[in-house]
Design a protein around this ligand. Structure first.
Ligand SMILES: C[S@@+](CC[C@H](N)C(=O)[O-])C[C@H]1O[C@@H](n2cnc3c(N)ncnc32)[C@H](O)[C@@H]1O
Length: 255
């Protein structure tokens, strides 16, 4: 696949850093070692900004360990946040089998841009599609991580839900009327899905629960900032913070 991802188009890196990124990733394929040693040493190829993302997810996860409820990953895309959360679950709370993760995406790309949004070539209906079959691949990936983790005989806790979250998220809580939310990551980046997602999650979020927004202060993608400033800030009782390790990631804590 040669399509450029936005991380190499909208970036703070200059061209020599992007070249180094590409060279580093290329080394993964012809690194001189056994497969087992390479598998054991994957951190060799993990660049700092990805590590910062993992730190940031961990920074937030730690705050909800003593709160009940599921984790929602809204706009999961390839599912990296959901996978990291399963691994953090196994590290921080290996016996907490009720820490279910529900990962939502259309898997057919963005959906719900309207004339209130500012779509770009990279962010408009249909971009970021992984193909609908990716939902099954991600479910399987999550199970493999569960099986690799402590108490791995207890697997199949998590759900991957395909479709427009304006429909699937309320439907999820209708079908699972017992579920409350400890933590939700948002990354759907059009105003309507972000706002409707917030209203649904807010009703299910426990006190002290967290909603984390990947793009809240980003200028080029304005939906989360707009929803926060116009609908959340003055009307709902939340405290806002930014991540120490990944400053773009902002999170609000329900009072
Ligand atoms: C920027 S990507 C998410 C990246 C991901 N959160 C990560 O950290 O790797 C945005 C995702 O939101 C999904 N999305 C956009 N609008 C949606 C909607 N209305 N319902 C469900 N998913 C949606 C897109 O398909 C896309 O995969």
């Amino acid at each position: 696949m040669s399509t450029k991802h936005e991380s190499s188009v909208i970036t703070y890196s200059d061209s020599s850093s992007l070249d180094a990124r590409s060279e580093l990733f290329g080394m993964l394929y012809d690194y001189p070692s056994t497969e087992e040693e390479k598998e054991r040493s994957l951190g060799l190829f993990l660049r700092g900004s990805l590590l910062a993302r993992i730190f940031a997810i961990r920074e937030i996860y730690e705050k909800i360990v003593m709160k009940p409820g599921i984790i929602v990953d809204l706009g999961t895309w390839r599912g990296q946040t959901a996978v990291i959360c399963e691994n953090l679950r196994a590290i921080f709370e290996p016996l907490h089998f009720n820490r279910r993760i529900a990962a939502f995406d259309t898997f057919e790309g963005y959906k719900g841009f309207s004339d209130k949004d500012k779509p770009t070539d990279l962010h408009k209906d249909g971009t970021y599609s992984t193909g609908i079959d990716y939902a099954d691949l991600l479910s399987n990936l999550l199970v493999l991580h569960e099986k690799n983790n402590a108490m791995g005989h207890n697997y199949g806790k998590h759900k991957v839900i395909a479709g427009d979250c304006r429909i699937t998220l309320p439907q999820f809580f209708k079908d699972n009327s017992n579920e409350v939310v400890a933590l939700a990551f948002f990354d759907v980046n059009a105003i309507e899905p972000t706002l409707e997602g917030f209203e649904t999650i807010h009703k299910r979020l426990v006190k002290g629960g967290i909603i984390a927004f990947w793009q809240l202060t980003r200028n080029a993608i304005n939906a989360e900032g707009t929803v926060f400033a116009d609908y959340i800030m003055d009307k709902y009782n939340y405290n806002i913070h930014r991540s120490q390790f990944y400053p773009g990631l902002c999170y609000i804590v329900k009072e």
